[in-house]
Structure formats: C-alpha cells, structure tokens
Design a protein. Structure first.
Length: 230
C-alpha cells in the first residue's frame, strides 16, 4: 500500500474533487477527526434506528437530560426541563396557626415536601421561581371548628407582597355532627410570574373571634404550567 503525503488536495480543472469510484470503500481509522466548516450533503440523516438502537433509560428523565427536535427544520437539542412542570414546590404546615378575625395572616410553612428549581425563602416564607412563565398555585387548608355557618374564610394568594387573589371552593363545608365539624377550603389559581417575582400564602376569616388553621391538614403546591409560554 502506498502513502501520499500532502497538506491540501484541489481539483485540477473542475470544481469537484472525486474520491474513488462506485464500489470503493474509503476507511477512516479510529482516532481520526473530520472537521467540517462547509456544507455536508448526501450523508445519511437522523433515522429511527439511531434512537431504537440505544439503551433504554428506564426511568423519568432528569431535568438536564436532553432531547433532539426539529425547530422549523433546524435540528436542535433541548433540556427536558422545558417540557416538565418545573420549577415547582410542595409545602405543608405541621402545627396549628392562630388567626385573628378579619386579619390576613401569613402561613409559615415549616416543611418543604418537594422542590424542583426555584428558591424557597424559609425565613420570609416565599417562593421565587427563577424562570418566567405561567404557574398554578393550589392551596388546601382546614379550619378547626370555629367558623359559623354565616361567616367565611380561606386562603389569600399574595404576589410580590400584595394581595392577588382570594376565594376557594367548599368554603364553610361542615357537618352538624360534632366529630365531623370543620371547614376544608381549596383554592387554585393560575398566575404569571417573572423570574424574580415571589409568592406568599395568607389565610383570612371573619368569624368574629380568633381561631386555628389546622396543622397537618394542608398543603401549598406551585408549579409551572407547561405549554403556556411567556
């Protein structure tokens, strides 16, 4: 086998340089890198076997795992976090909170159950997402047995220190049977957040006397709504 040592090969007269003829095989040995700064045509494209021939992941992808997609015809890669409901946080309060009548009282969530991304401020009890987008806030609380039938109480969502939304479903849900008396209230509401906006959850009632927001029977869940771009 003969070797030809050159630094550059150019066609003699035409503008096309041909390597080999039909049926020939051009071998590129291990360790050799082909650096392309021009346009490559005629090569095999991305085919199904490029995926099916690989090892199955077998679990939920991590947020930093990547997928390949066509963006208006251009092949690109993207992190799975873009199609996951993250950032998110799930919180609970394990002990009672005394709430004065007609006084918005911040819920001092003491137990983060799950967090993916964002920032939880456990001193000021506020969540900052770190990623702009539409989010859903869901809060479920239980009032202990003290709100009369003619009164009401529920969560109040605050954005950047200002009241944003009140109300909830099943307000004043209760039974006349002593063992079942109480009020379970759920509030869910979508909200747009910039990356540096923050959310807090307050509770309020007008029962006329102080009462307890029951610990252990509550949670606050905030997560990004996938598919609702900024």
């Amino acid at each position: 086998m003969s070797k030809l040592f050159v630094d550059q090969v150019d066609p003699k007269t035409a503008t096309t340089l041909t390597l080999g003829t039909s049926g020939d095989t051009i071998s590129i040995p291990s360790g050799v890198t082909i650096a392309n700064a021009g346009t490559a045509t005629g090569f095999g494209g991305f085919v199904a076997s490029d995926i099916t021939g690989q090892t199955a992941l077998g679990q939920e992808p991590a947020q930093t795992d990547e997928l390949v997609l066509s963006d208006a015809g251009a092949l690109k890669r993207a992190d799975f976090s873009h199609i996951m409901p993250v950032p998110m946080i799930l919180l609970t309060r394990t002990s009672n909170i005394t709430v004065a009548t007609s006084t918005a009282t911040k819920v001092t969530w003491d137990t983060p159950i799950k967090q993916q991304g964002g920032t939880w401020d456990g001193t000021n009890y506020r969540f900052t997402p770190g990623v702009a987008g539409y989010y859903n806030s869901q809060c479920i609380i239980r009032w202990n047995n003290f709100i009369p039938e003619s009164k009401q109480g529920g969560p109040q969502l605050y954005k950047n220190g200002a009241h944003f939304y009140t109300y909830g479903s099943m307000q004043n849900f209760r039974s006349d049977q002593t063992t079942l008396s109480g009020s379970d209230v759920m509030m869910t509401h979508p909200i747009y957040l910039d990356d540096d906006d923050y959310l807090e959850m307050f509770v309020w009632h007008n029962a006329g006397t102080s009462g307890a927001f029951g610990g252990g029977y509550n949670h606050w869940l905030v997560y990004r709504l996938v598919g609702m771009s900024t």
